[in-house]
Structure formats: C-alpha cells, structure tokens
Design a protein around this ligand. Structure first.
Ligand SMILES: Nc1ncnc2c1ncn2[C@@H]1O[C@H](COP(=O)(O)OP(=O)(O)O)[C@@H](O)[C@H]1O
Ligand SMILES: [Mg+2]
Length: 230
C-alpha cells in the first residue's frame, strides 16, 4: 500500500549538505500499525514529511495506493493529501485565530464535506473522543500543550482518512493521557486504518505491529513484534 524506494533527502544551505535520509526503502501494508523510532536528529520527522507528501524527496520515490506521491505537483498533492492522510504535526500547527472546534472543522471545509451542521457535529464528536468536550470553544493559546496535541489528533481524523501519520503525538502528554491517545490510535487500526507514529516512548512503540528504527538517515534492521491483542 505504501512503498518507499531509495528515498534520499538532502538539506543544503549553500556550504554544507548532509543527507537527512539516505536511500531509504520499505513497504507498509494496509491496516498496519507502524512505530518509527530513533534518536533526535536521526531523520524521523523528515521521513514522515516525505511519506505524507509535506516535503519532496531529493531522490527516490513514494507510492501510496497506486499514486506516485513524490511526482505530484504541490496543488495536486494538497488535494490528494486532504482526502488520504491525516497528519498530526510535532508542533501541532493549529490556527491560533480559530477555536479548537473551528480548527477541526477546517479540513472538512477544505474537502467540502457535508453540511456545516454535520461538520460541526463531527468536530464535536471527535473533540469529545479525545477528551476535549469542555474545550471546544477555546482558542489554541488558551489551552495546555497536551490539549493542543489532542485537538491536532482530532483534526487529523476530520476527513476520515485511510492513513494517519503522527509525529510524537504523545510528546506533551503525561503517561495516562499518552496511554489513552495510543489506545485511540489502536482502535483506528482495528477499524482498518493504517497508522504510522513517530515516538520516543519505547513502552508505546512496542504496542505497534512493527517498528522501523531510523539511525543517521537509514532504517536499521526491523525489530518486528506482534501486537498483543487484549
Ligand atoms: N529544514 C531543514 N534544513 C536543514 N536541515 C534540516 C532541516 N530539517 C531537518 N534537518 C536536519 O536533518 C536531520 C534529521 O532531522 P529530523 O528529521 O528533524 O530528525 P528527527 O525528527 O529524528 O529528530 C537533522 O540533522 C536535522 O538537523
Ligand atoms: Mg522530529
């Protein structure tokens, strides 16, 4: 379903350039729950940005569900992404002038999905499912980091995308909330969605079907582990 072939990413600032990703190849199947782990600076966010089409690879290809994502123009890419991928950014990227409710409604508006009333209802349900029922009408600056994170997760689900990608989605949460959010991702996997999560947290990473370890821009030998079904 997701195929990366020889993906290389080089950031250059004129003088120096070193590859953030170095000929990365792997496949991810539909409905898999993947944990991407690795030290800070190893290339995890770069990998996720390229997988989601937020960033273009310097070389190599990304194919998702038959679409050669790495070859799409930015306009087509934006449209494709809105329908296919829910993204939770490491820095949330919530719009500060919109309430949490309006932030969650935005992707549905972009996709022209349903009536305004239906969008509002779905946004409310999603915010409730991440424990933000009481915070819907607050602005991002008036809620905690953990609450912003949960709002970003609710927003990523707005268009019911088949693939969810999240960069350190539990990084700002205490262990109880992190557990709750991880369970939410697991239930999405149970619904048949493909979930790819970058995480520092080993305890959470082992709950994934499979982990990909990134080191110096390369994937180490995969440590495969069956997810315990409880
Ligand atoms: N926009 C950028 N410009 C230049 N270098 C970058 C940029 N983004 C990331 N890097 C470099 O690429 C490497 C991988 O970064 P990143 O993917 O953010 O790692 P991680 O998410 O694992 O912490 C690091 O050495 C980082 O400094
Ligand atoms: Mg990162």
């Amino acid at each position: 379903m997701i195929q990366l072939q020889n993906v290389t990413k080089i950031y250059s600032n004129g003088k120096t350039s070193c590859p953030a990703l170095d000929k990365v190849s792997f496949e991810i199947g539909k409905g898999e729950f993947i944990g991407i782990i690795g030290k800070s600076g190893s290339g995890k966010s770069t990998l996720l940005n390229i997988l989601s089409g937020v960033d273009h690879p310097s070389a190599g290809s990304v194919e998702i569900n038959g679409t050669l994502v790495s070859a799409l123009s930015s306009k087509k890419l934006t449209k494709w992404r809105a329908a296919n991928i829910g993204i939770v950014f490491q820095a949330f990227h919530l719009i500060p002038t919109l309430t949490l409710m309006e932030n969650v409604m935005l992707p549905m508006e972009f996709n022209k999905k349903g009536s305004r009333k239906k969008r509002r209802l779905r946004a409310a349900e999603l915010l409730e499912s991440v424990g933000l029922a009481e915070r819907m009408n607050h602005f991002p600056d008036h809620v905690s980091g953990g609450e912003k994170q949960r709002a970003a997760i609710a927003r990523s689900l707005a268009n019911d995308p088949p693939i969810i990608m999240a960069d350190e989605p539990t990084g700002n949460l205490d262990s109880e909330n992190a557990f709750h959010i991880f369970s939410l991702f697991e239930s999405l996997v149970d619904e048949g969605k493909t979930v790819i999560i970058v995480t520092h947290d080993q305890d959470l990473a082992i709950r994934a079907d499979r982990t990909l370890q990134v080191k110096d821009g390369r994937i180490m030998n995969p440590l495969s582990r069956e997810r315990e079904l409880s």
